[in-house]
Design a protein around this ligand. Structure first.
Ligand code: PRP
Ligand code: ADE
Length: 178
């Protein structure tokens, strides 16, 4: 059942104090990727959420870099395509760009202009929600593309940083909360 899957996922997340900077407790999802069962559980839980909420999905949008680990697997499971939101300077052709703040730094994200067609329904995937800056920037990119955001999904939500508030009115579904 879902509870067993959640526990399996939880057992495959490690915490590293003071990485990449003093004061940051880094939540490491690498053990999930190393475990086929834990990785399958993540995708199962994401799929169950999409289906149980009746979300219509044309495309999964994944965030650079760790959203790329989960997004394509979910897209394949749902039988839809996957598009990349990348850090600035990585994508060829005409792109759209949005700047944002991180828990530790600043960055800009980009998407190819033709990645999403107006009116397409998307779900945005990342590994972790901290301040929400990254997912918010991705939502802004989707707005520029006139996509219809069904919701955002992450493996981990860091509750103290109130990223969920930042993303309103879009909802964020998370598997684990710290
Ligand atoms: C991390 C994480 C999320 C983002 C969350 O990525 O994977 O994408 O930070 O933080 P926020 O909610 O405060 O925006 P990071 O920018 O460290 O890049 P990486 O995925 O390339 O390691
Ligand atoms: N991205 C932003 N904050 C993070 C944290 N505490 N652990 C892992 N990834 C992060």
């Amino acid at each position: 059942g879902s509870e067993e899957k959640l526990q399996l996922v939880q057992r495959h997340v490690r915490a590293f104090p003071d990485f990449p900077k003093k004061g940051i407790l880094f939540r490491d999802i690498c053990p999930i990727l190393k475990s086929p069962a834990a990785l399958t559980a993540v995708i199962d839980l994401f799929e169950e959420h999409v289906r149980s909420h009746g979300w219509q999905v044309d495309l999964i949008v994944g965030l650079d870099a760790r959203g790329f680990l989960f997004g394509p697997l979910l897209a394949q499971r749902l039988g839809v395509g996957f598009v990349l939101v990348r850090k600035k300077g990585k994508l060829p052709g005409t792109t759209l760009c949005v700047a944002y703040d991180l828990e530790y730094g600043t960055a800009e994200v980009e998407i190819q202009e033709d990645a999403v067609a107006p009116g397409q329904k998307v779900v945005i995937i990342d590994d972790l929600l901290a301040t929400g800056g990254t997912l918010h920037a991705a939502c802004e990119l989707m707005k520029k593309q006139r996509a219809e955001i069904q919701g955002c999904m992450v493996v981990i939500e860091l509750k103290d940083l109130k990223g969920v508030d930042r993303l309103k009115p879009h909802g964020v579904f998370s598997l684990l909360q710290y």
